[in-house]
Design a protein around this ligand. Structure first.
Ligand SMILES: [Zn+2]
Length: 394
């Protein structure tokens, strides 16, 4: 299992210049390699591999070599890895599109900015300060210990000109603790509330979303009023970027705490598969933020649960809102229908609660038929009994 450890670093003037220079050199190299790859393919039909690209880096012209020599060789080679990745993503999406998936497919573009550099294996050392080959010993604020085996180091510059590093580490996940998970829960992620659990617990949307949304709108408006190319516009751009970063931090903090809490409390959690094709894109800023929130939440929850020996399952969302969680009767709803009322069995409860119970039961049914209990070390005895469900008071 992979886990990232992120820290802020404080380069001095010289180091910052070198870091900026490195970003620039890598960006140019990336664009050069992408062009060579494209041209070679168009002229000869040959698809250059990562190895070929690395050879080209070595044979680059003298003037360019002078620039490249200022950067650690592995950081340069990482540029060709990124091209490899971008292209395999591109070809995968082309295939998916041919199969009828409704997605946009574009050939990887030339980069105007390069936001991060990666040291794949060597060239860095952490010892009170962070030593980076060809950059120097940089001050670092290390607020927690790194666990596991360090695989790569990525250095990032934010839009407001702060520097962060992230160690990607390989961690062994614990074996599944319990053969018969007692504490199982289904979670419905929603717009009205952040999440509804199948035991009736409701987790409200954090307030900072609304507050920050207002502030973001204001800063966006201010930015659009500033003169193009002016110093004030630049200042405003940084202010806006800082606001976004604050929001990201608040959001991450909220998601970390919530997912930690849930992983501690439940051994088996089911959520909807969010990476579905054609997921509704919401027209409002806050909703966009929620989208990214949900994906991050799923990611954090999964690794925290794995770390503590539990399991997170994802189910396809089809039918979870409509179906009656008691009798299975289909009860269509509009977005504004808040209460699930079943004309067949008379069940009446909050729509999100109904959905969360469906989500859990769906995965339990799949668990019984598709998951091999011996292999996973997990066995599901019964579905949630109906008496446990809470009804919404009239
Ligand atoms: Zn019913």
């Amino acid at each position: 299992m992979k886990k990232a450890f992120k820290f802020r670093i404080y380069p001095n003037k010289t180091q910052e210049e070198r870091l900026n220079k490195t970003l620039d050199v890598c960006k140019d190299l990336y664009n050069d390699l992408l062009e060579i790859k494209k041209e070679t393919y168009e002229q000869t039909g040959e698809n250059l591999t990562g190895y070929d690209l690395n050879m080209i880096i070595k044979q680059h012209s003298k003037i360019k070599r002078k620039q490249l020599n200022k950067v650690h060789s592995q950081v340069l080679q990482n540029a060709s890895n990124r091209i490899d990745k971008a292209l395999s993503n591109f070809f995968r999406r082309v295939k998916e599109k041919k199969k009828g998936k409704k997605i946009k497919v574009g050939y990887p573009r030339f980069k105007k900015f390069y936001k991060s550099i990666t040291y794949p294996q060597s060239g860095f050392e952490l010892n009170r300060r962070l030593h980076l080959s060809k950059i120097g010993n940089i001050k670092i604020k290390q607020h927690r210990k790194i666990k596991g085996e360090v695989k790569t180091l990525t250095i990032k510059k934010t839009l407001s000109n702060k520097w962060f590093i992230s160690f990607s580490c390989e961690i062994e996940s614990k074996p599944v603790k319990h053969k018969y998970p007692e504490n199982k829960i289904g979670i419905d992620l929603g717009l009205e509330n952040f999440a509804t659990l199948s035991d009736g617990t409701v987790i409200e949307n954090p307030r900072f979303l609304k507050k920050t949304e207002r502030k973001l709108k204001r800063e966006h408006r201010r930015l659009s009023k500033k003169k193009k190319g002016s110093k004030n516009k630049d200042k405003q751009r940084i202010r806006l970027a800082t606001r976004y970063e604050t929001l990201t931090n608040q959001r991450l903090d909220f998601l970390h705490k919530l997912s930690y809490h849930l992983a501690q409390q439940y051994e088996y959690i089911t959520i909807e598969n969010l990476n579905i094709n054609g997921m509704v894109r919401h027209p409002y800023l806050a909703k966009h933020i929620l989208d990214t929130c949900w994906n991050k939440f799923a990611e954090l929850l999964t690794y925290k649960e794995e770390e503590s020996g539990g399991l997170v399952e994802q189910v396809e969302p089809a039918g979870t809102t409509i179906d009656c969680s008691q009798c299975g009767y289909k009860v269509p709803k509009t977005l504004t229908t808040r209460i699930h009322r079943c004309p067949h069995c008379g069940l009446r409860m909050d729509r999100d609660l109904n959905a969360s119970i469906n989500i859990l039961n769906k995965s339990l049914r799949q668990g019984l038929s598709e998951v091999k209990p011996v292999e996973r070390g997990v066995h599901f005895s019964t579905e949630v009994s109906l008496s446990e469900k809470q009804e919404v008071p009239k």
